[in-house]
Design a protein around this ligand. Structure first.
Ligand code: IDC
Length: 346
């Protein structure tokens, strides 16, 4: 009897050690959540954002540095618009905002695709905004111009789109509008400014408060041009984008000069690869950039949440999970961004 008892205890001990080992192995890659410590969602902490001088500020007027992740094109990778994905980003990565990149021209773009495609994109944005609202995250609605270099190309469509968005989301306090991702080619600031005047007026007819980000010339890198002649109105910011393996000190100087000139800058897109979205990854340059952003409390959003086989995609191309990624599911740039976001989380 005694021996049998000993035997059973021994077997139970062995079983529990094995189970514990399995558990540890299964979960060792899973870091603790960063948000639950503070107990509040980003939206509960910051409230309705505003712009004061050159800063993005919270409801009480205190400067905030928002950090976020951008989707890839919504038509390209709609599967990452799901609540669990956004929750993973909020709780495991510690981010405050999701940028919803809706291309206007490329790949089933809003302005080049069918009417059904436009409906699908609007429905996806609506879902995404709902998830962000439920999770207390900010949603950046990005009119992602790129090959259509001048935002005036689809100005009519843009006005109709932002009218719809502003009507729908006027009662929300977590929306940020980005009205032209990256004007480029020969597009000048006066052309962008004239487009912005119109679209800002359209949004303000319905939504008096949401922060609006305006793109700047040369792939949103010539913020100085905007500083010299800003768009009229309040709660307006200007985009500055960089890719750390291509854009270095010279561009950091440009950004600092724009901030010193009093411009409210938002880095609504950055990557740590080359500007092509591929090629090298430069972590040393990325660190320099982050120091500059932190020193000036400039908000930033990393490109992009997908498993596309390209250096700037944050999920490893072999990983098909659409949420709940572990660090080992991420690409090299994804792991860097994840570590940065977690360490900077507040
Ligand atoms: C890239 C995507 C790539 C896609 C391409 C379309 O990463 O998969 O095929 O767009 O032209 C930007 C743009 C952004 C680019 C990104 C990388 O805002 O749309 O995404 N980039 O090239 N500006 C600088 C770099």
């Amino acid at each position: 009897m005694k021996n049998r008892f000993k035997m059973v205890s021994f077997v139970l001990l062995v079983l529990s050690v094995c189970a514990a080992a399995g558990f540890v192995q299964q979960h060792s890659d899973e870091a603790p959540a960063v948000v639950s410590a503070a107990g509040k969602t980003p939206l509960e902490r910051f409230g309705q954002l505003k712009v004061s001088g050159s800063h993005l500020v919270n409801e009480k007027g205190k400067a905030v540095q928002l950090r976020g992740i951008s989707t890839h094109g919504l038509s390209w990778y709609p599967q990452y618009v799901n609540k669990k994905a956004f929750e993973t980003l909020r709780d495991q990565w510690g981010i405050h905002a999701v940028r919803l990149a809706m291309y206007t021209a490329e790949y089933n773009g809003y302005c080049t695709g069918s009417a059904q495609n436009r409906k699908n994109l609007e429905a996806l944005i609506d879902q995404a905004v709902g998830f962000c609202d439920d999770l207390g995250l900010y949603a950046v609605i990005d009119w992602h111009i790129l090959s259509d270099s001048d935002p005036n190309t689809y100005k009519k469509q843009s006005k109709a789109f932002f009218k719809k968005m502003a009507q729908k989301y006027a009662g929300y306090n977590n929306i940020i509008y980005e009205i032209c991702n990256e004007p480029n080619g020969s597009t000048t600031w006066p052309q962008i400014r004239s487009y912005a005047d119109t679209v800002v007026r359209t949004i303000r007819r319905y939504d008096k408060k949401a922060v609006i980000i305006v793109g700047t010339p040369a792939w949103s890198q010539d913020a100085a041009a905007a500083a010299a002649d800003p768009v009229k109105g309040s709660n307006i910011m200007y985009a500055f984008h960089f890719y750390a393996a291509t854009h270095t000190e010279e561009y950091r100087k440009k950004l600092q000069e724009a901030v010193d000139a009093g411009l409210a800058v938002f880095v609504s897109e950055f990557g740590i690869s080359e500007a092509s979205g591929n090629g090298r990854i430069d972590k040393a340059q990325a660190e320099q950039w982050m120091k500059l952003l932190e020193r000036n409390k400039i908000s930033c959003i990393a490109w992009n949440l997908s498993n596309k086989d390209e250096a700037c995609a944050m999920i490893d191309s072999s990983c098909t999970k659409t949420y709940g990624w572990k660090k080992s599911d991420l690409s090299e740039s994804g792991r860097w961004i994840y570590d940065y976001m977690r360490s900077a989380a507040h």
